[in-house]
Design a protein around this ligand. Sequence first.
Ligand code: FAD
Length: 523
Amino acid sequence: MAVHQSTRSANQPPPLAGYDLFGADPALVEGVQREGGAAWEEQLTALGTTLGGEPLEWGRLANEHPPVLRTHDRYGNRIDEVAFHPAWHSLLRLGVENGLHALPWREPVPGAHVARAAGFMLLGQVEAGVGCPLSMTFAAVPALRAEPELAAEWEPRLTSLSYDDGALCGMAMTERQGGSDVRANETTATPNSDVWELDGHKWFCSAPMSDAFLVLAQAPGGLSCFLVERPQPGFRIDRLKDKLGNRSNASAELTLDGAVARLVGEEGRGVRTIIEMVVHTRLDCVLGATALMRRAVAEATHHAAHRSAFGKLLADQPLMQNVLADVCVEAEAATATALRLARAFDEGDHAFRRLATAVAKVWVCKRTPPLVAEALECLGGNGYVEESQLPRLFRESPLNSIWEGSGNVNALDVLRALEREPEALDAFLAEVRLAAGADARFDAALARLERELGDPADAELRARRLVERLAVCLQASLLLRHGDPAVADAFCASRLEELGGMFGTLPPGLELHAIVERHRPKL
Ligand SMILES: Cc1cc2nc3c(=O)[nH]c(=O)nc-3n(C[C@H](O)[C@H](O)[C@H](O)COP(=O)(O)OP(=O)(O)OC[C@H]3O[C@@H](n4cnc5c(N)ncnc54)[C@H](O)[C@@H]3O)c2cc1C
């Protein structure tokens, strides 16, 4: 007897592909317009449309075929090469050709940081791995400018839109005995006529196939920043890390064995020099985390709009609506924060940027894993299956919080900013207070924040509590002033009084359906 097999699965959503990732995200489009990036809308639409096509498959392929280290050639010569799947190169080329590593340096005009941020968040939805070399190359430029001669030599290559002829830059700070505490670095730097020689090991160095690296090492005058070019015999890749996520990207352990290097900035002021790079990569951690949230929200809202259970679409079930709306609210808050922060970089607003970067780095990155896990669950068993992309988003989701200063390290950096740079708090509060009077719940939260700020007891112990309050007050202020009113209402109803909490716990009386529809991509 023939077994009847339907060729079309019932009650399964159509693939979330073949659409413009930019245009389908009103929170992103409105944010780009508001924060000064409108001139790049056409470009972002083109990028969003491209990304909604074949690159989605490239993202899968680049992860299914992770990079492989080849230390030697067939004759035993040392080559230290990392071989990537072609899909990796296609994704990275797309990022470079769209200037996601360089736009604000190529076009130093208002809005360029915002436009780049939006593009970076679009690419990050398709595959996060290439964000690492793009981000480090972008961030290296302002640090390199501490050394005008080196900048003149490298900047044209690092900001080139040619993937084949341009250059990429990485960063090697972390060593076995310490990552957060870079002052414990043991790599040494010895002057040798007009260059330096570096000797030591680096425990994490991502994108090790880059053309150059900013490296911290101990010079006679103290910890200093150096530019190390590759390939060179003194730069050896020992092995690649077997990582939880971010698998399309290579992260290596290195040996520096008399590696030729040039000093960047003053000897003994290495942290001060490289912090310019770190500040920009911290911005990108916020962008990268936001991108993961957005893709997870897009998948969850799409699935629920097409899947029925117990005779009704998931999207119409009250409790599922609560979960979906809650993750949408979080993603919109992250998007508004990310773009406002990018504008501060456009405006050279150091005071606001100083505190807001650290606060957003902690908070947005910390919110990502629980959000992605919740979005994954909205797809039920499908979400646990690799093809859905949710497992890849989930594995990636803790990373932005770890690198460039893990959660605690950035929370302590918030305290440092509060203590040493009072103008940073003034600028932050001035921004937050712009929404004063718009919502009684917000006003009460602002008063609580100010009380908390005025309490010096147990500051280190309370650092995360303080960061959380700073973050939600900034996000509420942004949403009340610029966000969708239903989203702002839901945010104030759920995030200002109690800290943390599970998604899907919005109180009754909110416009859940409207919130979800705003965030659901329309194919
Ligand atoms: C995939 C990946 C790629 C990476 N790529 C690079 C790279 O390209 N270049 C590079 O230089 N590094 C890179 N890193 C390293 C990364 O930056 C470090 O892992 C990170 O800075 C933390 O350092 P650590 O691992 O030594 O942890 P530790 O410094 O030992 O910290 C461990 C934990 O202790 C916490 N902690 C530290 N100090 C304090 C304190 N005073 N109070 C309270 N808590 C504290 C930290 O927040 C953290 O949670 C990469 C890491 C990963 C996972």
